[in-house]
Ligand binder design. Structure first.
Ligand SMILES: Nc1ncnc2c1ncn2[C@@H]1O[C@H](COP(=O)(O)OP(=O)(O)OP(=O)(O)O)[C@@H](O)[C@H]1O
Ligand SMILES: [Mg+2]
Length: 229
């Protein structure tokens, strides 16, 4: 369970989030909103990549400002640009790197790495140079590198943005099948069809919080209202 209590955030003297109070406990939570509305800032607050200027964020009771390392063990974060997340030369090494501080033996690491890459359709690419994968494969690798550490909560910031329809569907199906809680920021509204809870962020505030259909309707209305004549 993530609790966001009285949170505001400023970059310099610009307030980009204000008065956010949320309890995030559902299995699947979507976040939509205009460019620059504060979605990524909100997502980054959830694992302590950004700490609030005022208020606090608690993950199972742990304050992100005080125990960032503990929070990041529970909350995995997937960026929209997988290149930002790939750190090692080969696919298998990149996934293994995530497990470096888990106190596991070589065989156990190899086992887990092989297992998750097979599950993500990358079992034939263990020794492949990671930077030579296709965009879709890179996104799957980024997801595998996060999920191999078995986080309880997965936060994804536009995980399908760079992907074509097939790869985007594959990532969506993978996310759908996870047992973890997933909190996903996306501009791909189709991905959220049927989700019980979608937040709409507008100008730094959560202006709608409800089932996908209603929230997406509100988001579209907001976007329509801002359309140039
Ligand atoms: N590191 C930063 N330093 C200064 N300002 C920032 C920083 N990160 C984001 N901002 C500003 O904060 C505001 C909210 O940005 P944020 O990235 O949270 O928006 P977003 O809703 O994720 O947008 P998008 O849909 O384009 O990804 C923007 O005005 C942005 O310019
Ligand atoms: Mg963003």
């Amino acid at each position: 369970m993530i609790q966001i209590q009285g949170v505001s955030h400023r970059y310099g003297d610009r307030e980009v989030l204000s008065g956010v109070d949320l309890s995030l406990g559902e299995d699947r939570i979507g976040v939509v909103g205009a460019n620059g509305s504060g979605k990524s800032t909100l997502a980054r607050l959830l694992n302590g990549l950004v700490v609030p200027t005022t208020g606090r964020v608690l993950v199972d009771g742990m304050d992100t400002a005080r125990d960032g390392a503990g929070v990041r063990r529970k909350v995995g974060f997937v960026f929209s640009d997988p290149d930002a997340q790939i750190v090692m030369p080969t696919v298998a090494e990149d996934v293994a790197f995530s497990l470096r501080r888990h106190g596991l033996g070589k065989a156990e690491v190899a086992d887990r790495v092989g297992g998750i890459l097979a599950r993500f359709g990358l079992g034939g690419h263990l020794d492949h140079p990671a930077h030579l994968l296709s965009s879709g494969q890179k996104q799957l690798l980024a997801l595998a590198s996060v999920l191999v550490t078995e986080p309880e909560i997965l936060v994804c910031d536009e995980p399908t943005t760079l992907l074509d329809l097939r790869n985007s569907r594959q990532v969506a199906d993978l996310l759908e099948g996870l047992t973890q809680q997933v909190i996903m920021v996306t501009h791909d509204l189709d991905l959220l069809a049927g989700w019980a809870r979608v937040l709409v962020v507008n100008e730094g505030q959560v202006v709608q919080d409800g089932p996908a259909e209603q929230s997406i309707g509100r988001y579209k209305a907001l976007m329509g209202a801002g359309r140039p004549c």
